[in-house]
Design a protein around this ligand. Structure first.
Ligand code: HEC
Ligand code: HEC
Ligand code: HEC
Ligand code: HEC
Ligand code: HEC
Ligand code: HEC
Length: 509
């Protein structure tokens, strides 16, 4: 056997595969560095570019590295088999002489730089998967409603992951596994429309909400003004001022008030998907005794209770739309009047705008065009004098109603405000009255109270049917409904069309 001719190892790298690999690694690294620099100076965010830079390009560096070594390995094998094959000479760079040491140093340096770039890209990539841009905009169509609603919520500066993941590796891994499944459903177009609520595996509020909010600090009461406009010719202003008893500080000496539930262990059984029907409630007292309340209207047996999952009440059982509230047209229009974006001197504006918003449309474009056309047409037909004298107000009204539509209705995702019941209050949806309907009794005959002064007290009210200057003590309903107001849950009359408040499911829309 012929002795193998010694060649300098670097020569093995002078082959097409290795050279291409090196080129790929170098270009990937340079593009990552350029992108990071651009981002640092210009501060822009683009989900697709970020996916490429933080996931694809580091892959490029690694793949280039693998190619480089593979090429060299292949050449070496070939060369061992046939040592007479000429290896191409190294390019005559300066460090070729006294070659070895400098060249090794050069390769080592390049490797360190590549790994540093991969490291930085991975950190940025991790940060990016935690950003609202990633959660809200990468899967643009399915996440659009939640993203838009979040932008208009009190939590618009709180990132998605702070409520949906929280801190800790276990929840991070869970979220990524879930996310991969969701990504698959987006790529294959198999995601549900609308996205179902509630989120069944949402992290308990202790690990999310309570990292910023401090239940110990819920004290006393909050003065709140409810401003409405009647659906009549004058858009008559109605105003109700109430003191909302938000106290209930756990552990404090005087623990009465709405947040009482947090200091106690209150658990319940819901018989429907959206947790709107609650026939069973249990309160665990500090001495260990358990008080069980069962609905007299929709009774449930012990066996059925045992079969269902018992949920311990936390923040989300009341505040279930803290970041994604889709508001009913009436509330949005009331805010529009309050903010002077809607002119109350336009007759019947509230009524026609509510009706236009609730019409079914196939797309946002169709809705926006139709709303403008119909508002113009309504005033042209019924109040022609206003078309010129109030032209600016009519135009502004049309724009505001279009904005309300785009903020609360998403035809592509079949999202309408009524598909996502809110549990705060008791007006459109059962909310507090899921338990506080005066029909949940314990063995001793005690009921979960529906007393109108339990949670709030009326400070003042102005309304068409209240003589000016009268100081009311209790809420006066705008139309006389007799004792129905106390007997029947408000949502049974006020629920949006298509919603069966007793079953909580959307039937049509
Ligand atoms: C302040 C906390 C909070 C923030 C911030 C937040 N969410 Fe949510 N999100 C919730 C809660 C609470 C629910 C409903 C939970 C329930 O009822 O089970 C929810 C529900 C959802 C749902 C399920 C469908 C639905 O509407 O009920 C999606 C999807 C969603 N969020 C996406 C996002 C995205 C995307 C972001 C960031 C742009 C985000 N969330 C930010 C608290 C938050
Ligand atoms: C990262 C911190 C953070 C997290 C997590 C967080 N919040 Fe908040 N929340 C805030 C801040 C800050 C405000 C005040 C916003 C303002 O006043 O503009 C706020 C406001 C609120 C309000 C009052 C809104 C109003 O209309 O006055 C409620 C209710 C609330 N949060 C509930 C929740 C719930 C429920 C969760 C968990 C699902 C949660 N928050 C998670 C920071 C947070
Ligand atoms: C899952 C059932 C359930 C829901 C939903 C619920 N509560 Fe309660 N609530 C209870 C029970 C049980 C009690 C205690 C009854 C008792 O001991 O008299 C209670 C007591 C109260 C009290 C009196 C606390 C005290 O100081 O003694 C207030 C105030 C209250 N709830 C407000 C609300 C509000 C506001 C909502 C809706 C945002 C609501 N609750 C939703 C079950 C519920
Ligand atoms: C029984 C239902 C219920 C539960 C459970 C509940 N809240 Fe509330 N919370 C309310 C109601 C009702 C209000 C008053 C809302 C209003 O005034 O519009 C309120 C008000 C608030 C406010 C605003 C307080 C202020 O000073 O303006 C914050 C913040 C808040 N809740 C956070 C939380 C957090 C965090 C949790 C969980 C630890 C929680 N809530 C649990 C019903 C509840
Ligand atoms: C278990 C607690 C609770 C009980 C009992 C209760 N309410 Fe309320 N109510 C609330 C909460 C919470 C809100 C509103 C929260 C919000 O929107 O800020 C509310 C809001 C209201 C509003 C304002 C609705 C609006 O949008 O203008 C009226 C009116 C009202 N309640 C009347 C009543 C009457 C009448 C009764 C007695 C039959 C009653 N409430 C019993 C908790 C309660
Ligand atoms: C028997 C059916 C019925 C019940 C029960 C009922 N309402 Fe009404 N409510 C009506 C009707 C009808 C109107 C009239 C619509 C209008 O003129 O605004 C109305 C209007 C209202 C309005 C005015 C809305 C606005 O936009 O100005 C408020 C506020 C109201 N109801 C509160 C309540 C509350 C709170 C309860 C429960 C304590 C309740 N209603 C129970 C039938 C009912």
């Amino acid at each position: 056997m012929e002795p193998i001719k010694r060649v300098s190892a670097e020569k093995y790298y002078m082959n097409v595969i290795s050279l291409l690999g090196m080129l790929l690694s170098a270009i990937s690294a340079i593009v990552i560095v350029l992108f990071l620099a651009l981002q640092a100076f210009r501060g822009f965010e683009n989900p697709y570019l970020e996916i490429v830079t933080f996931f694809l390009l580091p892959g490029g560096i690694l793949f280039g590295g693998v190619m480089t070594y593979f090429g060299a390995w292949r050449t070496r094998i070939k060369h061992r088999r046939n040592p007479n094959v000429e290896l191409p000479p190294l390019p005559r760079l300066d460090f070729n002489d006294p070659s070895k040491l400098r060249l090794t140093a050069f390769f080592a340096l390049v490797t360190v730089v590549f790994f540093a770039v991969i490291g930085v890209a991975s950190i940025k990539g991790f940060e990016f998967t935690e950003s609202t841009v990633f959660c809200g905009e990468v899967c643009h169509v399915p996440m659009e409603p939640e993203h838009v609603a979040w932008q208009g919520s009190p939590h618009a500066r709180v990132r998605c992951v702070e409520c949906h993941v929280g801190s800790g590796l276990d929840y991070y891994v869970k979220a990524k596994i879930n996310g991969t499944r969701q990504l698959y459903s987006v790529l294959t177009g198999t995601y549900p429309t609308p996205i179902p609520t509630p989120v069944h595996n949402l992290r308990p509020a202790r690990g999310t909400c309570e990292r910023c909010h401090w239940p110990e600090k819920f004290i006393s009461a909050r003065h709140k003004i409810f401003s409405h406009n009647a659906p009549n010719e004058e858009n008559a202003k109605r105003e109700l001022q109430m003191l909302i008893k938000i106290g209930g500080t756990p552990g404090a000496p005087n623990t009465s008030g709405i947040h009482w539930h947090i200091g106690k262990e209150v658990s319940y059984v819901a018989t429907d998907e959206k947790r709107q029907v609650i026939p069973y409630v249990a309160v665990k007292h500090s001495n260990g005794t358990i008080d069980e309340y069962v609905s007299t209207e929709k009774p449930i047996t012990k066996e059925e209770v045992a079969k269902h999952e018992k949920r311990v009440m936390d923040c989300i059982d009341c505040h279930n739309r803290p970041a994604h509230s889709y508001n009913p047209p009436s509330d949005e229009l009331d805010h529009g009047f309050e903010a002077h974006r809607l002119d109350p001197s336009l007759p019947y504006l509230k009524k026609i705008a509510s009706e236009l918003l609730e019409k079914p449309y196939k797309s946002n474009e169709e809705a926006v065009a139709s709303i403008d056309k119909e508002i113009q047409a309504y005033y042209a037909k019924n109040y022609p004098a206003l078309v010129t004298s109030k032209a600016a107000s009519i135009k502004q009204a049309s724009e505001e109603v279009q904005r309300i539509y785009s903020r609360n209705y998403f035809p592509k995702m079949k999202v309408v405000w009524s598909a996502y019941p809110t549990n705060m209050g008791h007006f459109y949806f059962p909310g507090c009255f899921r338990c506080h309907d005066g029909k949940h009794k314990n063995a001793a005959g005690k009921i979960i109270s529906k007393d109108c002064n339990l949670c709030h007290s009326v400070l003042s009210q102005t309304q068409e049917n209240i003589p000016k200057g009268t100081q009311v003590k209790d809420f006066v309903h705008p139309v006389d409904i007799g004792d129905e107001m106390k007997k029947t849950n408000c949502s049974e009359c006020h629920a949006p069309a298509g919603i069966d408040v007793t079953g909580g499911e959307v039937k049509k829309h």
